[in-house]
Design a protein around this ligand. Structure first.
Ligand code: C2O
Ligand code: CU
Length: 477
């Protein structure tokens, strides 16, 4: 298989598609099939081709919402109702999950838990209010390890009541594809046990907004809000903004005090987001790269090309952009909190010998036959019983202990949490998150207020790991 470095080195890269984040309404006509009379936008996942690999390479067969990858940007004002009619144009059942939204449980899109999977040709209506502003995403939650790998995801942007002043808002949706020698998605390896028991499906081809090293024309003096997300199945990425003046303003959609990240490595585990404001400085013709730097070989992920247009402003603004916090998220009070343990075990080099499924102990051989090779508290995969029942409004503290040889990106549905302790040391004022990376042999305590009633998944967002057992749920109220 070609490595993405070889692949990238040998391809002439030119792609200049517009990467502007369009508004819902601006894109409604072309991207979302016309809204129906009842105000629902039709979102249709279906097979299509996409120019992932760049100019001069054959288009790649993908599955995409509206036939594009990423899918259309769904955008709404904070507090507004979002209405989406999923129309399944695939040959498999599917659902849509609205990742990071404190949604009502019936709309969470988890097949077998909050709804039935939507059969091919059938529809399902999602209608919900997005209570918090920020950068979120939506993706398939059925056979996620295959459907997301094939391209079923898109950005979901909830605008602040008063959006901060920037000149442009640009998507930066990074994905990691596994392409075969023929330049097509490597299908034979989908579901490969080797990936499920190790670090998950790793790609060899990096795209940003579904393009290979896209060039984004920019003007000197421009201030741009980048909506960065890692949509890879399993690869934790890290980005460097190089010479671009950059500051971080939000993580997983939630505002953080502005932090200078110029020349800093910004790590994004699968499903994590970061809003970064970049100030463009330079002369016409300059190319400013954002690079992927998680490995020893940095890869240019996207290029900002300074155009001849007159500068937007003479000097970069010296005030960083600051976002107001989403104040509706209640602060956890850890005194009297419900304490929950979550011990992660299994996987390759994990020495797992057995695991429980609904009270029955299975040997590792029996588990492997079921493709369940990871456990939470000794239990492999979804159980009839939840991890924990939490009364509505009570604070919960989950103590995650990773006893495996791999990092895991733990995601809680329907809530935002804060890390309060790492490896035994208290952590103060950690950012709100919906996905947190727990390194091998690491211990991480998170706290949240269980204020959203329903059945909420808690799982690893490395999609092969969740499929192979790293999944549980809490029940609130
Ligand atoms: Cu983004 Cu249950 O996942
Ligand atoms: Cu994992």
């Amino acid at each position: 298989m070609l490595s993405r470095r070889q692949f990238i080195a040998t391809s002439a890269i030119t792609a200049g598609a517009s990467l502007l984040v369009p508004s819902w309404s601006a894109r409604a006509a072309s991207q979302i099939s016309a809204a129906s009379d009842d105000g629902f936008m039709v979102l249709e996942p279906k097979p299509a081709t996409a120019p992932l690999a760049g100019a001069g390479r054959p288009p790649v067969n993908i599955w995409g919402y509206q036939g594009t990858v990423p899918g259309p940007v769904i955008r709404a004002k904070r507090g507004a109702r979002i209405r989406v009619r999923l129309k399944n144009g695939l040959s498999q059942p599917t659902t849509v999950h609205w990742h990071g939204i404190r949604i009502s449980n019936a709309m969470d899109g988890v097949p077998g838990l909050t709804q039935d999977a939507v059969e091919p040709g059938k529809t399902f209506d999602y209608s919900f209010i997005a209570p918090d502003a920020g950068t979120y995403w939506y993706h398939s939650h059925a056979k996620t390890w295959e459907q997301v790998a094939r391209g079923l995801y898109g950005l979901l942007i909830v605008d602040e009541d008063t959006p901060p002043k920037v000149d442009r808002d640009i998507a930066f949706v990074a994905d990691d594809w596994l392409l075969g020698k023929d330049g097509q998605l490597h299908e034979e390896s989908l579901g490969r046990m080797m990936d499920w028991s190790h670090g998950g499906r790793m790609g060899n081809w990096l795209t940003v907004n579904g393009l290979t090293e896209p060039e984004i024309p920019v003007r000197a003096g421009e201030r741009i809000r980048l909506r960065c997300i890692n949509t890879a199945n399993a690869r934790t990425m890290a980005f460097s903004f190089g010479k671009l003046g950059a500051h971080l303003i939000a993580l997983d959609g939630q505002p953080v005090p502005p932090e200078d990240v110029t020349g800093v490595k910004l790590t994004l585990a699968p499903a994590q987001r970061a809003d970064v404001v970049v100030d463009i400085q330079g002369s016409p013709g300059d190319k400013l790269a954002i690079s992927e730097v998680s490995t020893r070989h940095s890869i240019e992920a996207a290029l900002f090309t300074v155009t001849n247009a007159p500068p937007v402003r003479a000097e970069a603004p010296n005030e960083p952009v600051t976002l107001k916090p989403n104040r509706a998220i209640p602060l956890p009070k850890t005194a009297g909190a419900q304490m929950i343990d979550l011990v992660m075990e299994g996987g390759a080099m994990g020495g797992l010998r057995q695991g429980i499924i609904d009270g029955k102990m299975l040997s590792i051989q029996e588990l492997v036959e079921k493709k369940l090779v990871w456990t939470f508290n000794g239990k492999a995969g979804m159980q009839k019983e939840p991890l924990e029942r939490i009364p509505l409004g009570r604070t919960a503290v989950v103590n995650m202990v990773n006893k495996t040889a791999f990092p895991h990106a733990m995601h809680l549905h329907g809530h935002h949490f804060r890390v309060i302790e790492r490896d035994g040391k208290p952590v103060a004022n950690a950012p709100w998150r919906d996905t947190e990376l727990v390194d091998r042999n690491e211990q991480v305590k998170i706290a949240f207020v269980a204020d959203n009633p329903g059945k909420w998944l808690f799982h690893c967002h490395m999609l092969e790991h969740v499929a192979a057992g790293m999944i549980t749920r809490i029940e609130v109220g």
